[in-house]
Design a protein around this ligand. Sequence first.
Ligand code: FES
Length: 141
Amino acid sequence: MAASSTSASSGSRNEEGDTDGISWRLIGAASELANKRCRLMYSSLGYNSDVCLFYVKGEFFAMDARCAHSGGPLCEGDIEEADGVLQVICPWHDYDFDLRTGRSGTSLQQQVYEVKVEDGNVYVKHASRLSLLPFPAEKKN
Ligand code: FES
């Protein structure tokens, strides 16, 4: 009954564009987000659509949070630089993913997203709402 209106009415509209389709999603103040190397951003579409926001060498990068291999937590991976390419190393099986392109030395491809900083705020282009806090669980009845 109220489930369909929950997502539309809860919280403030803190992103540009609508909630359907791809648009720039406001994440937060760049000065604050730059304090951590990686933050997990929860997707309104659920666990498999969560996104990592990395801050490495003065630049933000966004990619799917679960490794394309077997779902490892990329936010917990080490960051390495090889031949000028910044990579996150998956903590589960050590696959590497280019932070900029999502390409791996293996044949795997991790989905990456555009990031922009505007007026001191970080935005990620994504198909769902993204939040630094988990979205409330939807009621089943
Ligand atoms: S789950 Fe990431 S390398 Fe296997």
